[in-house]
Ligand binder design. Sequence first.
Ligand SMILES: C[S@@+](CC[C@H](N)C(=O)[O-])C[C@H]1O[C@@H](n2cnc3c(N)ncnc32)[C@H](O)[C@@H]1O
Ligand SMILES: Nc1nc2[nH]cc(C(=O)O)c2c(=O)[nH]1
Ligand code: SF4
Ligand SMILES: [Mg+2]
Length: 272
Amino acid sequence: MPVSDDVDATPTAPEGPALPINELFASLQGEGRLVGVPSTFVRTSGCNLRCWFCDSYHTSWEPTHAWMAVDEVAEEVRARGPDHVVLTGGEPTIHGESFDLLDRLAGDHHLTVETNGTVVPPEGTPIDLASISPKLASSTPTPDRTPEAAREIGDGDASDDDADLASDWTERHEENRINVDALATLVERYESQLKFVVTGREDMSEIVDLVDRVRDAASVSVPDDEVLLMPEGQTREQLAETRTTVAELAAEYGFRYTPRIHVDIWNDAPET
Ligand SMILES: C[S@@+](CC[C@H](N)C(=O)[O-])C[C@H]1O[C@@H](n2cnc3c(N)ncnc32)[C@H](O)[C@@H]1O
Ligand SMILES: Nc1nc2[nH]cc(C(=O)O)c2c(=O)[nH]1
Ligand code: SF4
Ligand SMILES: [Mg+2]
């Protein structure tokens, strides 16, 4: 989707600290332990990974954004009202200015950061909930697992351009998707949830193994109820195919299940 209509489409960065903003909107937190809480979402553009199923295509595969000064983002957030703010992307932690924004908002707001867990914020960065979604092998793009396939564009066979684009990122995504030290630091420093996107039973051994590695590396405990399984799916129809399996896996393994209520309610509409 294009840059949010509500975001001033400044083509170049303004003077001073600024962020590439894809959309800024008020909605309900749709995922995780704060599901249902009215929240303002700030979605930065740009990502260091390329999940083939990324539901925010215009922040990763084809980044689209307006530039907004950090001050302007903070003002917009205040104007929207909700106490809860969700900083997401793209990958918000690849922009140093995201941490300036969190500093600006701290105190007056509850700050959730949605992150893939590959980058550690500078020490002292105020975050009330680190919502960490480490990326599994099943997220890696390949000629068969492409962004067009995820969005069900075309006849089911990837176009040559789409397959080439996906293969250009296979290695880089695979190399960078897991950083156990970063995950351990995040869970040590912040209230956290580990929110895995699950495509099927095949993902479970990797989840169990990764949770064990984070537990070994971290000096704090990571209880099972901070490990969340979330069904993969960008649309209601796709979620309908994965959610029962994922819910049953959560019950079987003793992890938590999280729905994606915004998709159930608003499907894949922008600014929801
Ligand atoms: C677009 S990402 C942005 C934040 C960060 N880059 C990350 O991946 O955590 C926001 C959330 O959506 C999840 N997500 C993205 N595509 C998804 C899909 N097709 N099905 C389920 N969850 C998805 C991510 O795992 C993450 O929890
Ligand atoms: N309603 C709603 N809840 C969300 N929780 C995390 C989201 C995200 O994209 O990071 C998200 C989102 O895109 N919409
Ligand atoms: S890490 Fe997050 S934003 Fe980046 S491609 Fe994956 S789901 Fe999309
Ligand atoms: Mg989302």
